[in-house]
Design a protein around this ligand. Structure first.
Ligand code: ZN
Ligand code: ZN
Length: 456
């Protein structure tokens, strides 16, 4: 590999970044944003009545916060509607169940579905099962998630949720239930999207709360269990929403930009505070501090409120497609979508000549209790992973996810879960990263097609 000129950051800019960091620890712009969005708009199901209301709210807020430019880019996606769900154990006992339909699930026929349960303890066990035993039954998968700082067990739960119903349908199941992809023992189910592979008939699919899943498992140890399931939901055509973008215009090379943000949509049972109002709030708080400097940074800084991340990264994919050819202008990016607890680690996917500059950023972040792993790759976070895949260099600022999956996609995703002090630490880290990336001499390796084989 031919070594190019190393990307470097001036000492004077490091000093400004240190001041931004320290100032962020006393600034509540991010909390105020999060409080406002979750209170004045609330839940923001993509395609629902609050989709456009949230967009109007965020456009007005971006303008009020003094960004140089605010605009929207349309994004079209399926409109999924939830009207309600009901389920109960019919035999051997009578017991109501607490569950939530999965996003993109069809409803059940009038009168619901009554069928026997067939249980599996993992996605792989379902995969290995013979279709003969599954036909006409309700498949239940009871995989359990443990809480980890890096949240890696979500891979287990989200695989069951996103791919389980499609697989069960291929084997002739009438419907699909899972133990919620979560780490709590509240009687609150975790919703989330599912996907049916091309050519597979969609079947009704829902998530049970953890105690309800336990109850079914105990009954199954005693014999056959029959359930009645009624879901009133489904896809009803398409909806056109939009990504909303706010920019601090660069003073030297304004066409180049650092990209950060979160997704504006949320699931419907809570108010989408940790997923992901706080993600946008963190970026807004960071940009707002940078906006108060006497001079704009050399490059532009863009904050994006992405449309419909939850049902399949629609906003991120639209932005990736629109910017694929000019992706070298997006010098570096990071999206916050793992709650609002303390950032504990950064990782990056950048060109080798930019590693030293990432190290300079990491040095400014160190007093915040953030470590740097120079060997790990980064996707930049949910929507940005789609933009990274078309060539944007990425940095991931990883939140401590230990508590995140207790509340994620449940009625418990509400403002009280946000610790203002930890939120300020997030803002400090984002302000440092955004400012230094916008001021760095040299780029971070953004180039069409560059990171396609990164595996994120
Ligand atoms: Zn999210
Ligand atoms: Zn989510």
């Amino acid at each position: 590999m031919a070594a190019g000129k190393p990307t470097m950051i001036d000492a004077a800019d490091i000093a400004i970044a240190q001041q931004l960091r320290d100032k962020a620890l006393h600034d509540d712009t991010a909390f105020d944003f999060t409080e406002g969005l979750t209170t004045e708009v609330g839940a923001r199901l993509a395609g629902g009545p609050n989709d456009s209301k949230a967009r109007e709210w965020v456009i007005a807020k971006f303008k009020a916060l003094g960004f140089d430019k605010v605009w929207s880019e349309p994004v079209t996606y399926p409109k999924w509607v939830r009207r309600g769900e009901h389920a109960e154990i019919v035999t051997p006992v009578s017991q109501p169940l607490t569950l939530l339909a999965l996003g993109h699930s069809p409803g059940t026929p009038a009168g619901g579905i009554s069928a026997e349960i067939i249980a599996f303890d993992s996605f792989d066990a379902l995969k290995a099962a013979d279709a003969a035993g599954i036909r006409g039954k309700i498949v239940y998968v009871g995989a359990r998630m443990q809480a980890y700082k890096d949240g890696h067990d979500y891979g287990v739960g989200s695989t069951v949720r996103t791919r389980g119903p499609s697989l069960a349908s291929q084997k002739g199941a009438a419907a699909f239930l899972l133990r919620s992809a979560g780490t709590d023992t509240n009687r609150l189910p975790h919703t989330g999207v599912t996907r049916f592979a091309d050519g597979v008939a969609p079947i009704p699919a829902a998530a049970l709360s953890s105690p309800d899943a336990d109850q079914i498992e105990r009954l199954l140890k005693r014999g056959a269990v029959t359930i009645k399931l009624a879901l009133d939901c489904g896809i009803e055509g398409e909806f056109t929403g939009a990504n909303v973008i706010a920019e601090l215009r660069g003073s030297k090379t304004p066409d180049e930009y650092f990209l950060m943000g979160g997704h504006l949509d949320s699931w419907d049972p809570g108010t989408g505070a940790i997923d992901d109002a706080s993600g946008i709030g963190i970026s807004v708080g960071a940009a707002h501090l940078i906006a108060q400097l006497p001079k704009r940074p050399a490059r532009s800084i863009r904050v994006v409120a992405f449309a419909n991340e939850e049902a399949g990264l629609y906003g991120g994919i639209a932005m990736a497609e629109a910017n694929a050819k000019s992706i070298s202008k997006a010098v570096l990016g990071s999206e916050s979508d793992e709650g609002a607890d303390r950032i504990w680690k950064i990782t990056a996917s950048v060109k080798p000549e930019a590693r030293a500059a990432i190290g300079q950023i990491a040095d400014v972040l160190k007093p915040l209790g953030i470590e740097y792993d120079p060997t790990a790759k980064a996707s930049g976070g949910s929507d940005l992973s789609a933009i990274h895949a078309v060539g944007m260099a990425a940095i991931s600022l990883e939140q401590d996810a230990t508590r995140y999956f207790d509340w994620h996609h449940t009625a418990n995703d509400t403002l009280d879960k946000i610790d203002p002090e930890q939120l300020r630490q997030n803002v400090a880290a984002y302000a440092v990263t955004a400012y230094l990336a916008a001021q760095a001499h040299g780029n971070f390796g953004s180039k069409p097609g560059e990171w396609a084989a990164d595996g994120h």
